[in-house]
Design a protein around this ligand. Structure first.
Ligand SMILES: [Mg+2]
Length: 250
């Protein structure tokens, strides 16, 4: 099994006790043929910051920045960026043009996320009290009129401008194929930025309290396994369940 999990609200769940993560990690330790990958909207530095001290089992691979970067864990415990994937994404992201023009396209009420260095994407957030739906549509229209071939992804109060057609699933599929893995992909997530990941998975584990349940894109999730509890307890329930094997996407 290639287990690919989102971090916030999934592997790292705010109401989950550390002991439940230890049980999931113990299962992974006893099942060495599971390849573990985390797929997050965070940057590498931000992901490592939130993982340090909370997890004992590090993943084999990390997909960051909503799928615009892949990192491999070395034997020494360092992280090497996948340069083939980075080159492939770079060809789809006209950084100079987009960064230069972005400030003209970003509507009032939206600002860049502070304190992070996003890779091959533009990370924005909507100011409190402002209508994210209207502002993201406004942004989308500005980008379309400018002829920018990009995607606009809304997750909570965050908006990401991404290379056209790129998402967590693009990176996951690239990684899976470059590792020559034949094991099925089991994807775990909770929100809209996991939809791309779900689209390439053999089985989907959807958190029962995920933001996706109130999203207009809810219908895009098909045949998901929904555990009775969220976080590591739910993930463990799912990967041990015999029913999971019957929930493959068609
Ligand atoms: Mg999440």
């Amino acid at each position: 099994m290639h287990l690919i999990s989102d971090l916030d609200g999934t592997w790292l769940h705010p109401r989950s006790a550390p002991s439940s993560l230890r049980r999931l990690e113990a299962h992974l330790a006893a099942t060495p043929d599971i390849t573990l990958t985390f797929a997050t909207g965070r940057t590498l530095a931000s992901a490592l910051g939130v993982l340090e001290g909370r997890i004992q089992r590090w993943p084999n691979h990390l997909i960051t920045d909503v799928g615009t970067a892949i990192y491999h864990r070395t034997i020494q415990g360092d992280w090497d960026e996948d340069q083939d994937y980075a080159d492939w994404v770079r060809k789809r992201w006209d950084s100079d043009f987009l960064e230069l023009m972005a400030n003209r396209w970003i509507p009032e009420g939206v600002q860049r996320q502070e304190g992070i260095t996003p890779l091959r994407r533009i990370a924005l957030e909507v100011l409190p009290g402002r209508n994210i739906k209207l502002l993201s549509e406004h942004l989308r229209k500005n980008l379309e009129e400018a002829g920018a071939r990009v995607d606009v992804l809304v997750t909570g109060r965050c908006i990401d401008i991404l290379p056209n057609g790129l998402h967590k699933g693009t990176a996951a599929a690239f990684l899976h194929s470059s590792l020559h893995l034949s094991a099925p992909i089991v994807a775990c997530g909770d929100s809209e930025n996991d939809l791309g990941l779900f689209s390439i998975a053999d089985a989907v584990v959807l958190m029962p309290d995920g933001a996706i349940w109130t999203s207009s894109k809810r219908h895009q999730v098909r045949n998901a396994f929904v555990p009775t509890k969220s976080g590591p307890v739910g993930i463990l329930q799912a990967i041990q369940s015999p029913v999971l094997t019957y929930s493959r996407l068609t």
